[in-house]
Ligand binder design. Structure first.
Ligand SMILES: Cc1ncc(COP(=O)(O)O)c(C=O)c1O
Length: 389
């Protein structure tokens, strides 16, 4: 038996998206910028996908959707696109639990002389909106806070951040890659100016994403050339991929309410099945939480013999795909920067574990995974802390 519980990393492309892509590959392969029949047929497919993606986030104007190669590019376009508007370095505010697709471009800006404020999070991974108020300066040009944290599942009060930024006349961006298709997003009513999503997290193909750009917001493109995507992202669009993204967005919107409820039940079932294991601490916020997201850290991880990575490997041998929060750079295991930012000690941050559920996950899967995880931990624990069920 094989069970995949890493849907936050990527999700399998759904069959409807594959069918849509196949149709485009074989029948609508023209260049969408060409004026002839072949091109216009393809352009129609692309505009349909734009509408489907716009409606997933309740964007009234499909023109506000800029297609990109993924969430990373959407985040980079938001950050750098605003930064390049200014001839001189300004001030930018992010949280200290951003995905690297935001954190890295901001680090680059810092090297170029920008002032950066990284807002602290509490032990649950939440930023206090008051801290944002205090951090704003006269030269702040952008606030970017992740909507749903990928490693610990915490949701941020982005509506409050957006209001605060807006009342100070500062643009607000949020990375909603983990939220899209899992919780309703309503850019018409949310005070956000820029919002990133990614196709492969919503059962669309890998290699596509979108940045919502509120009408009137100016950005400098990262890619210049033929002027596609309202001059914000030059290059012939990957229309077959976008068609798959579009249908995945439409179906995610249709299934959102029932699927969210179902995932929340499974999530809570998995949490409760593992809750009695001594030393295994749930991470993130149990109330403000992504519906499909279960995460822990192992208090007594040591990095050498027992770490999140060891557990991932052992679970993999048992046919179960999960992920560790800690990254491994050049062979050296480093503690999860997200857990460190939340105040966890280094050893616990080496023992970060994430299990993310999806459309294919059943109750039986959750029960099996909990049982196997318990056994793996029992085997690896330096002391016999684990109670067998
Ligand atoms: C929160 C978040 N932002 C951005 C990304 C990057 O998206 P993509 O893989 O489409 O570039 C990811 C992917 O893991 C993510 O989880």
């Amino acid at each position: 038996m094989q069970i995949y519980l890493d849907y936050s990393a990527t999700a399998p492309t759904r069959s409807e998206a594959i069918a849509a892509m196949q149709g485009v590959f074989t029948q609508q392969w023209g260049n969408p910028s060409s004026l002839h029949e072949w091109g216009q047929r393809t352009a129609t497919v692309m505009e349909q996908a734009r509408m489907q993606v716009a409606s997933l986030m309740n964007a009234p104007d499909p023109e506000s959707i800029i297609f990109t190669s993924g969430g990373t590019e959407a985040d980079n376009l938001a950050i750098m696109g605003v930064a390049h508007l200014y001839a001189k370095p300004q001030h930018i505010i992010i949280s200290n639990v951003e995905h690297s697709a935001v954190a890295e471009p901001v680090r680059l800006l810092e090297l170029w002389g920008w002032q950066v404020t990284r807002l602290r999070v509490d032990a649950k991974g939440r930023v206090d909106p008051q801290d944002l108020k205090v951090a704003l300066q006269d030269n702040t040009v952008l606030v970017s806070v992740i909507y749903g944290q990928s490693e610990v599942g915490t949701l941020q009060p982005i509506e409050e951040f957006g209001k605060i930024a807006r009342s100070a006349g500062v643009l607000f961006h949020t990375d909603a890659v983990q939220v899209a298709g899992r919780l309703p997003i309503d850019v018409k009513n949310l005070p956000v100016d820029l919002l990133s999503i990614s196709s492969h997290k919503i059962y669309g193909p890998q290699g596509a994403g979108a940045l919502y750009v509120r009408p009137g917001v100016e950005l400098v493109p990262l890619l210049s050339g033929g002027g596609q995507e309202k001059r914000l992202r030059s290059g012939t669009q990957a229309v077959p991929i976008l068609a798959g993204f579009g249908i995945a967005a439409e179906l995610a919107a249709q299934e959102l309410l029932t699927e969210t409820q179902r995932l929340m039940k499974l999530r809570d079932r998995l949490f409760s099945q593992l809750s009695d294991i001594p030393g295994l601490l749930p991470t993130g916020d149990c109330t403000h939480r992504l519906p499909h997201h279960v995460s822990f850290c192992l208090e007594y991880a040591d990095g050498e013999k027992l770490s999140g990575k060891t557990l991932v490997r052992q679970m993999n041998l048992a046919g179960i795909g999960i992920s560790a929060g800690a990254a491994c750079h050049s062979g050296k295991l480093s503690p999860s920067p997200i857990l460190l930012a939340m105040g966890y000690p280094e050893n616990a941050a080496l023992g970060a574990i994430r299990m993310t559920l999806g459309r294919e996950t059943t109750e039986a899967d959750v029960d099996w995974v909990a049982m196997v995880f318990r056994q793996v931990l029992q085997r690896l624990s330096p002391v016999k802390l684990v109670v067998s069920h």
